[in-house]
Design a protein around this ligand. Structure first.
Ligand SMILES: [Fe+2]
Length: 279
């Protein structure tokens, strides 16, 4: 079945026209996966999905993530909320989601994709933004691509969380340090043949580079990859179903009133390939 698609920006994000039965049937799953890798973000609007239906839909696209280091939530469903009563574990990490990041860089095989639906909207702000790290890589000068292709980057949870807090407790630090430290190539050579930049707030340092030079290079690449032409900003409406390719995008949420009750439900797919650099 050929999906009707509309590009939301030239470089990232497509809207599809579909319905609940079609999405649940799995008949468009292969096409959706292809579109995800090509466009980074895929959105369907006007589709009311229960939690069980969202789980079933996610399963049509791959292998449901139940968690590696920590549980991904009940039956794979994670409530994205600042409300500690709703999700005490996630609330601790939520401040980190206001900064550009990839999910699960602490895993050797980071998650492939995530399906997100809104349950309580924020009256102002609370947009979710996505930056296409395939497109950002492809536009770099050839000599820089060559150089970046030689680099490895250490990812830590501490690095991802520092920017969110003015000060940290010993307990917070211990929680962050309970996640694995992982070294990934800076340039990911995907099975598909495409290449992307593996950038995230979790990037702590470039292996073998002076910390100051490493800091400057990572900052410069982050600014490059999040230029407006690589970014899609999603303004949530009820009954949106949004899927993003975690392996070829970064994401963040824009600030909103922490007491507004904003909540989304997310189901994630396990990764399918490790971050592999040049042979
Ligand atoms: Fe995230």
């Amino acid at each position: 079945m050929a999906l009707t698609t509309i590009d939301l920006t030239p470089r990232v994000g497509s809207e599809i026209k579909s319905d609940l039965d079609t999405l649940l049937s799995g008949t468009v799953a292969a096409e959706l996966r292809q579109l995800l890798v090509e466009r980074g973000v895929v959105i369907a609007r006007g589709i009311a999905m229960s939690d069980d239906q969202q789980r079933a839909f996610t399963r049509t696209l791959g292998n449901l993530r139940l968690g590696t280091v920590k549980s991904e939530g009940e039956g794979g469903m994670l409530k994205v909320t600042l409300d500690k009563k709703e999700n005490p574990t996630y609330a601790e990490f939520f401040p980190g989601t206001f900064f550009w990041h990839m999910d699960g860089t602490y895993d050797q095989i980071p998650p492939f994709a995530t399906v997100l639906t809104p349950r309580v909207l924020s009256p102002t702000g609370g947009f979710t933004e996505f930056a296409n790290t395939y497109a950002a890589y492809e536009d770099l000068p050839e000599d820089e691509k060559k150089f970046l292709g030689t680099l490895q980057v250490v990812h830590t949870m501490q690095s991802a969380m520092w920017p969110s807090y003015e000060d940290v407790t010993v307990e917070q630090l211990a929680l962050w340090r309970s996640y694995p430290v992982r070294t990934h190539p800076l340039v990911w050579h995907h099975h598909s043949g495409r290449k992307s930049l593996v950038l995230s707030t979790s990037c702590a340092r470039i292996v073998g580079m002076h910390p100051a030079e490493s800091h400057d290079l990572l900052q410069r690449l982050m600014a490059w990859a999040t230029q407006p032409e690589y970014v899609y900003r999603h303004r949530w409406q009820m009954n949106d179903v949004l899927i993003w390719d975690n392996t070829g995008t970064m994401h963040r949420v824009t600030p909103f009133d922490p007491d507004c009750g904003r909540q989304l439900h997310r189901f994630t797919l396990n990764g399918e390939e490790p971050v592999v650099g040049a042979a």
